[in-house]
Design a protein around this ligand. Structure first.
Ligand code: HEC
Length: 160
């Protein structure tokens, strides 16, 4: 998405021969029209409660970091199955595919654990409360780069 946007912007700059800021503005308006974005569309802002983010981090470090890493960086070779045929814990920091799932899907996954036989992600129902899982998810989302969060927010969480 970010790449498409840059490519479009570059080609628009080319056709409108934009070499300074004055012509760059109309080009970006044209880009917004092409992408169907309204000029008045609110930017995606993460106004997370810092206290909730801190709680989420503590819960993660106590329960999840042993597998997923202190900063949710996962296992470097998370795409490669282990000798057992099971998959190692993936990163949750926006570099793998946790962000392809809505909050509801992620929550269900954490409550129930991974599909049997696939990895060893345990289920947390009865161990963590709903509130604690919500806190962890907010901390996880706070790690995602802006463009990942924006893509998740517009295309996954609020699927048109
Ligand atoms: C014993 C190791 C282990 C622990 C502890 C663990 N996980 Fe996992 N997790 C995994 C594995 C392995 C996977 C990959 C899915 C599978 O194969 O089961 C996974 C997958 C996930 C996913 C899905 C990622 C994706 O890309 O779709 C999420 C979200 C997740 N874990 C969150 C958590 C949270 C939050 C905790 C702590 C409450 C936690 N995990 C604790 C091993 C673990």
């Amino acid at each position: 998405m970010a790449l498409t946007r840059i490519a479009l912007l570059v080609s628009l700059c080319y056709v409108t021969a934009c070499s300074d800021q004055q012509t760059a503005a109309p080009a970006s308006e044209a880009l917004d029209r092409i992408l169907g974005r309204s000029m008045t569309q609110e930017p995606v802002i993460r106004d997370f409660d810092p206290a909730q983010v801190a709680r989420g981090q503590a819960i993660f470090r106590n329960n999840c970091a042993g597998c997923h890493g202190q900063n949710a960086e996962g296992t470097p070779d998370w795409r490669k199955p282990l000798e057992s045929g099971r998959y190692p814990p993936p990163p949750l920091n926006g570099t793998a595919h946790a962000w392809h799932h809505s909050t509801e899907e992620l929550k269900r996954f954490i409550l129930n654990g991974g599909p049997p036989g696939e990895g060893r992600m345990p289920g947390w129902a009865g161990i963590l409360t709903d509130q604690e899982i919500d806190d962890v998810l907010v901390w996880i989302k706070s790690l995602w780069p802006d463009e990942v969060y924006e893509g998740w927010y517009t295309r996954i969480e609020n699927r048109p």
